[in-house]
Design a protein around this ligand. Structure first.
Ligand code: FES
Ligand SMILES: [Fe+2]
Length: 339
């Protein structure tokens, strides 16, 4: 009998806690991450750091009045300062820091305009890095986040669930251009699909788009999309971050490579290029958010079937389910289940 269980365990991996521009040198941010309160700060030389929110001295919240001093964060309560490794370097009294005054830090990685923290249930060290992309010529990524009842494994599975592209998103003629391939924590595949051209708000016939999926662990999916008819290249980000039990903060992002606007739409082609691109980027982003939002109601109300009952016509969900096992160091069968 397949089990119907809520996916509870957090997969090992990198998760986005902020966009780089939200965390300028000297700034401090508070976040919820895997059921804990964490604080992000960026030192004056530009190093980002993710630490536990509560000061190990007497428990003040470093995100509530903590300040960056040079390469450290200063607690608002007694002035203890901690460096990016979590060591207490001054007490605020001029006395020797107690050796046990150690602030827990989370491995931190900044790439593609994103500040990410590493999660491992046993505190294991990072096992991979998210690759840096070439951003030459690309427009800055537009991003929006949503607080949802879901799980990173569910939102990432969406990319290989080709069956729902038709039923939920209204695509036609879904074809696989590159079969699903995995390499350690990396998964890739490529599809082509077509849809009525009003997907950009313009009237027209069916337009074919190609989507190449790049998933690096379950917290980071990037899709390279290409619409040959418009010579339009875009990058789509799906970035689910576990916040508290059963909840994710889902960041969705889109960047575009400037194109010949007249190819996309006659009126856009008449506009000054920067204005036309900005309008196109806004429209495209809005369309993309609308597309992913079609999945929200299903994600928020579904259960997790393990093993799934698959049919001819489904995407490579079985392969995906085998691949995700690596992100759960404890066997998934130990998870709590409901009938
Ligand atoms: S609680 Fe942070 S310095 Fe005392
Ligand atoms: Fe979807």
């Amino acid at each position: 009998m397949p089990k119907k269980s809520p996916l509870k365990e957090t997969p090992v991996g990198w998760y986005v806690l902020a966009e780089s521009h939200e965390l300028k040198p000297g700034e401090v941010l508070s976040r919820k991450f895997v059921g804990q309160e964490v604080v992000l700060f960026r030192t004056h030389t530009g190093e980002p750091s993710v630490v536990d929110a509560f000061c190990p001295h007497l428990g003040a919240h470093l995100g509530q009045g903590g300040t960056v001093e040079g390469e450290t964060i200063r607690c608002p309560f007694h002035g203890f300062c901690f460096n990016t490794k979590g060591d207490c370097v001054t007490t605020g009294y001029g006395t020797k820091p107690p050796p046990k005054a150690k602030l827990h830090t989370w491995p931190t990685h900044e790439v593609n305009g994103l500040v990410m923290a590493w999660y491992h249930p046993a505190g294991g060290a990072p096992e991979w890095e998210t690759p840096s992309l070439d951003w030459d010529g690309w427009l800055p990524t537009k991003m929006k986040s949503y607080d949802l009842s879901s799980h990173p494994q569910e939102t990432s599975e969406n990319s290989v669930d080709t069956g729902h592209f038709v039923a939920v998103h209204g695509y036609k003629s879904v074809e696989t251009l590159k079969p699903l391939k995995t390499e350690g924590p990396y998964l890739t595949t490529k599809y082509a699909m077509s849809r009525h051209a009003d997907f950009l708000g313009f009237k027209g016939g069916d337009v074919r788009a190609e989507f190449e999926i790049h998933i690096h662990g379950l917290g980071y999916s990037m899709v390279e999309a290409y619409v040959p008819q418009y010579n339009l290249h875009s990058r789509h980000f799906v970035l689910p971050t576990p916040t508290e039990d059963g909840k994710i903060d889902l960041r969705l992002g889109v960047s575009l490579l400037p194109t010949h606007l007249g190819k996309v739409n006659f009126f856009l082609g008449l506009m000054p290029r920067a204005l036309g691109m900005s309008i196109l980027h806004n429209m495209y982003f809005k369309h993309y958010l609308g597309d992913v939002m079609q999945d929200f109601h299903i994600w928020e109300n579904k259960c997790y079937i393990d093993p799934p009952v698959l049919a001819k016509g489904d995407g490579p969900i079985g392969k995906y389910r085998r691949w995700v096992k690596q992100f759960y160091p404890q066997p998934q069968s130990t998870l709590a289940t409901v009938s």
